[in-house]
Design a protein around this ligand. Structure first.
Ligand code: BGC
Length: 552
């Protein structure tokens, strides 16, 4: 198969220093939904290989794959039954090695998603562990005796922990007459990271992937690996849901986790130029900043919940600048496979139907702010959330959602990539595992490649500008007072290179002022004809317009 639509030439990727991730734009692929080449309705590794040229030409430097390991699929791949192999549904081991080689051949990097807090209950470790109290894997998971028995003989859980996916965090196993702990589904038992054998096995698995040439890892819910050694109950607090009615001080964020992270990083550092990014399980930039360092970044969720407002973004960026300081690098994450699509969310927050205009302005924020941008597949098209009828729900927690357990069905942001306006959006010749959305009629790679004013063409222009202007990749950050509360403007500077970026969050024209000297020429913008300031630094921005200006 070949890539539909015309490719836009982009400048070659910068030479790859060991801290390449400082320059990189990371693109998240949800493999089930990217491109299906064998007609089973599920995306696969050959499909990703087939579209690597598309990603290179878009201006992507690194590709992060959501889990590709064998899995019963209850948490759609985050319930892993063998961490060291490729799920045959995605392809063969040889396909994976070819994907690594083909990614590298195009000057790009490949990042895997490591799910190490828990396994599937079908993992061989857990199958052995649950079988008795005295097998070699008996202590590989968090097993505890009941706290007691109810009058009717029902065993009582060892503590008050609850599952993030609803209900108790403990499941009874009659073969051991014990409970095991699970932060997520009952079918996702948490590993006992305090058992040195577990740590050794995980490290061996990680080394295996490093040996196969992967360039980095995203660590799923990494701050939950270690629990309180005594598994003490969490303190109660007022809250709207069972999860929020506890302070999660004992089921995550343990003080000795920094040592575990350092041991993990020491292993990764044996392989030069490999980067890692930890996914905070419920945490803000304060925590992200303290855990960021060396070649390790941390995701937090503030942008994901931020309203569409210049003031909100300015405040949030300034706070994270204070917390991270100039030497630690924040991440820029506006959406992912767990959250509403950014175009949908920001447009709703802005109260506008012009979703594409907001998608382009969001692209400007992602490209222009200080940090490593993570772009979720399809955002470059302005893809939107898709309503999923109740009888098609795949996301397990969404099936049990109720008043005490509100849940946003994650299927809505996981629908297939739109390659063409043809049947099934050009994603599959079969029946897609999740429905494609109406968006595919207009928002697809083929149509948007042919339209210089599309969201896709805008991303291509902005990502090319980021490669061109060093200040956008590596520069310092400074807020500018643009003189209008609906416009967020800032300056980036690195060496001799300066860039001024301004984004109008309003659905109406705004007149602002930018510093003369620093902002003379428009390098790129959300619109095809970005405005340059007049001789006094006065600049008119159209609704939702963003622009990158440089001094010369
Ligand atoms: C992943 C989710 C997953 C959960 C449990 C998360 O943070 O991003 O998709 O359901 O971890 O693995």
């Amino acid at each position: 198969m070949t890539e539909p639509g015309a490719a836009t030439a982009s400048p070659a990727a910068p030479a790859s220093p060991s801290d390449w991730w400082q320059d990189a734009v990371v693109y998240q692929i949800y493999p089930r939904s990217f491109l299906d080449t064998d007609g089973d309705g599920v995306g696969d590794l050959p499909g990703i290989i087939d579209r690597l040229d598309y990603l290179r030409d878009l201006g992507v430097d690194a590709v992060w794959l959501s889990p590709i390991y064998p899995s019963p699929g209850l948490d759609v791949g985050y319930d892993v039954s063998d961490h060291s192999r490729v799920d045959p549904i995605f392809g063969t081991e040889a396909d994976f090695d070819r994907l690594v080689a083909e990614t590298h051949r195009r000057g790009m990097k490949l990042v895997l998603d490591l799910v190490m807090n828990h396994t599937s209950d079908r993992h061989a470790w857990f199958e052995a562990s649950r079988s008795s109290r005295d097998n070699p894997y008996a202590d590989w998971y968090l097993w505890r005796d009941p706290a007691g028995y109810a009058a009717d003989g029902t065993p009582l859980p060892p503590n008050n922990w609850v599952s993030f996916f609803g209900g108790s965090g403990w499941q009874w196993e009659p073969r051991r007459n014990q409970f095991y702990e699970h932060t997520f589904l009952v079918e996702q038992p948490d590993l006992n990271w305090r058992n040195p054998q577990v740590e050794a096995a995980q490290m061996a698995m990680v080394r295996g992937w490093l040996e196969r040439g992967v360039d980095g890892f995203r660590l799923d819910v990494f701050n939950a690996f270690l629990k309180d050694p005594d598994l003490a109950s969490n303190p109660e607090q007022p809250g709207a849901t069972a999860w929020n009615r506890q302070r999660h001080v004992n089921d995550r964020d343990q003080p000795d986790f920094v040592d575990l992270l350092a041991r993990f990083r020491a292993l990764v550092d044996e392989y030069p130029g490999r980067f890692t990014v930890g996914e905070l399980f419920d945490g803000g930039p304060e925590q992200a900043a303290t855990m960021t360092g060396g070649d390790h970044l941390v995701f937090d969720w503030e942008f994901i919940t931020a309203p569409w407002s210049a003031a909100a973004f300015r405040e949030l960026v300034e706070r994270r600048e204070r917390l991270f300081g100039p030497d630690r690098r924040p991440t820029l994450v506006f959406s992912n496979h767990d959250q509403p699509r950014q175009a949908s969310r920001f447009a709703a927050s802005a109260g506008t139907d012009d979703i594409d205009a907001v998608a382009k302005a969001a692209a400007m924020l992602l490209v222009g702010l200080r940090g490593t941008p993570f772009l979720y597949f399809g955002e470059e098209l302005g893809m939107v959330d898709v309503a999923i009828p109740a009888d098609e729900i795949v996301d397990p927690p969404a099936r049990i959602a109720g008043p005490d357990f509100p849940w946003w069905n994650r299927d809505q942001c996981r629908t297939p990539m739109a390659w063409t306006s043809g049947p099934m959006a050009g994603f599959t010749t079969g029946r897609p595992w999740l429905r494609t959305g109406d968006y595919a009629r207009h928002h697809n790679v083929a149509a948007e490649s042919a339209d210089p004013d599309s969201v896709l063409s805008t991303y291509r222009r902005l990502l090319a500008a980021r490669r061109e202007v060093e200040a956008l990749r590596r520069g310092s950050y400074e807020t500018l007072d643009a003189g209008d509360s609906d416009v967020f403007a800032w300056r980036r500077a690195a060496g001799g290179s300066t860039a001024v970026v301004a984004v109008n969050f309003a659905a109406a024209e705004r007149r602002i002022r930018v510093p003369r000297g620093d902002a003379v020429r428009a390098v790129a913008g959300t619109h095809l004809d970005p405005p340059a300031p007049d001789a006094d630094g006065g600049l008119t921005l159209r609704p939702f317009e963003g622009v990158i200006l440089t001094s010369g």
